[in-house]
Design a protein around this ligand. Structure first.
Ligand code: FE
Ligand code: FE
Ligand code: ZN
Length: 293
């Protein structure tokens, strides 16, 4: 097989932590994956020396998974753009400083971050707050971990629903080599991009931001129409984006080497990723796959 890196979001949980995460990835035939360093919805984190990192990495290296394709996602509640609640923004900054250190402890090089929501004060102020926050976070950090700002659906007051806003943020960051972008197919659809015209999407991305800044791709179908500003993920091939379009993102020659991560909903309390990855790799949609779960 060629260098298509395809995996999913996987939990990091007791008792095996990172060892369990790597084991789950291998069981689902993934050659890259994404995890949260604890619960996605809160900022409580265990010290990394309790997370079985060495055991997980040992299994990783034996398995042949390329460690540079593994991704961490920061929790949803981190909001660098919130200028109305000082505590929220301070928590975002202090958490991210620690999260970069944790990522470095995992030997992970990429941290996906939702840019934030300006909570009503306006896009320009939100963007400035994100830039200032990122500069504060990165200023004294000596690791090589890169922050990948995720393209957002534009729900509520979310910043980052178009490529130009993300470019503005990157332009304001002092350490530009430490920031990039994570493109989410569901989010850009919901934000109003025509996902099905992949070459147009990639050309726009390249002209505005530069394809060299594209660090991660989230492969998700969407429950909603283009421009709905909703952010509800659908399983592969059963949403309004559809299987053929998602397949194009997985196999596009300009996107080789970029880790591609599924964040589709579980079915019958089971992760659907093994089946979804198999379909995407083989470019064959099997309408019965969900019944196997
Ligand atoms: Fe995300
Ligand atoms: Fe995503
Ligand atoms: Zn989403």
């Amino acid at each position: 097989m060629n260098n298509i890196y395809l995996g999913s979001h996987i939990n990091l949980s007791a008792p095996d932590y990172y060892l369990g995460t790597v084991r789950d990835a291998l069981q689902m035939n993934e050659n890259c994956f994404m995890f949260y360093t604890g619960a996605p919805q809160n900022t409580i984190r265990k010290p990394t020396n309790q997370l079985k990192i060495d055991e997980g990495r040992k299994l990783l290296l034996e398995s042949g998974i390329n460690e540079s394709k593994i991704v961490i996602h920061a929790p949803y509640i981190i909001n660098l753009a919130n200028t109305t609640n000082v505590k929220t923004r301070e928590l975002a900054i202090s958490f991210l400083k620690e999260e970069l250190k944790r990522a470095n402890d995992f030997h992970v090089k990429t941290l996906v971050l939702h840019p934030g929501s300006h909570v009503g004060v306006g896009l320009e102020i939100g963007i400035k707050a994100i830039i200032d926050g990122l500069n504060e976070v990165l200023n004294h950090d000596t690791s090589e971990v890169r922050i990948a700002l995720e393209t957002m659906a534009g729900k509520g007051s979310e910043v980052g629903a178009n490529f130009a806003d993300l470019k503005k943020i990157i332009d304001g960051v002092n350490k530009k080599d430490r920031v990039g972008v994570c493109l989410d197919t569901c989010h850009i659809n919901d934000a109003g991009y025509d996902v099905s015209d992949i070459d147009n999407v990639l050309n726009q991305f390249d002209q505005i931001i530069g394809l060299d800044k594209l660090l991660v791709i989230h492969i998700n179908d969407s429950i909603n129409n283009k421009g709905a500003h909703k952010d509800r993920h659908a399983n592969i091939g059963v949403g309004l984006i559809g299987f053929n379009t998602l397949c194009q993102y997985v196999h596009h020659p300009r996107l080789m080497d970029i880790p591609k991560i599924l964040e589709t909903p579980w079915i019958n309390e089971k992760p659907p990723y093994k089946e979804e990855i198999e379909m995407l790799r083989s470019k064959k949609f099997n309408p019965d796959w969900a019944y196997k779960l």
